[in-house]
Design a protein around this ligand. Structure first.
Ligand code: AKG
Length: 247
């Protein structure tokens, strides 16, 4: 049993769960170095995905195809147990990205995750998508630790308003190597980085197997990666949940 009753209760009641110091420190360091190297390399090509004011934040997409360390990371057993608890044992990967907040990145505002905000209301009361935020740095009040509004996954009609600070919003801080599991229906988002160092995180985002993932992994991930993938990774990439191809 990889999740205890208290952890399940936190996911049910608050809608998020902090798994403190889950990732060994040498792995965390390697993931951080590799993430920043990928971010720098993508900036050099002129085709990087930057966002927020002054391009102060950056995403690197499709990590499963960008290093064996990421192929292994996305199968982390306790993180996957939390995803399977929320989304069913056959849940799949929706996207796996780096999210860097450079010094000066502003608060990104609260949101719910793709595709929930596009659904008619009331939204389903059970989880459809969930995110894992990997702290590759200590996440602090100053460097942009993820904000969450506890219990907001129960607000099936409402959406967070942009620019509003909610009184019950909490920043979830923790040491590097921690992983925050977030029901995608929780009002959440990154906050301002007021330090002089980048805040580096990974976002392992999952969905129920009946949903279309945010990234088309079976077209984006190389044959080499797919051929060496474990049964778990194949399932996460969507090989077991394809539409019927009968002509
Ligand atoms: O990087 C973070 O702190 C959270 C990012 C996030 O909420 C998202 O991309 O959905």
């Amino acid at each position: 049993m990889l999740l205890n009753e208290s952890e399940k209760e936190q996911l049910d009641q608050r809608g998020f769960l902090l798994l403190e110091s889950l990732i060994p420190s040498d792995t965390t360091l390697q993931l951080r170095e590799r993430s920043l190297a990928l971010a720098a390399a993508e900036q050099e090509t002129g085709k990087s995905h930057t966002y927020l004011a002054n391009d102060s934040a950056q995403r690197v997409w499709n990590l499963v195809d960008k290093g064996e360390i990421f192929e292994e990371a996305i199968q982390q057993p306790k993180m996957l147990a939390a995803m399977e608890y929320l989304l069913g044992p056959d849940c799949t990967l929706s996207s796996f990205t780096v999210n860097v907040l450079y010094p000066g990145a502003p608060d990104a505002g609260l949101h719910i995750d793709y595709p929930l905000s596009a659904l008619p209301t009331p939204r389903p009361s059970f989880p459809l998508v969930a995110n894992s935020v990997w702290f590759l740095d200590d996440f602090t009040l100053e460097n942009g630790a993820t904000s969450c509004v506890p219990g907001s996954h129960g607000r099936l009609e409402a959406l967070p308003e942009s620019g509003v600070e909610y009184a019950d919003e909490l920043q979830i801080c923790g040491p590097r190597g921690s992983v925050l599991i977030v029901n995608g229906a929780i009002w959440h988002g990154s906050s301002e980085n007021r330090t002089n160092e980048p805040r580096v995180g990974l976002l392992g985002f999952f969905c129920r197997s009946i949903l279309k993932p945010q990234q088309a992994h079976l077209r984006l991930v190389s044959d080499e990666v797919i051929s060496r993938a474990t049964p778990t990774l194949k399932r996460l990439l969507g090989l077991d949940s394809q539409p019927n191809m009968n002509a």
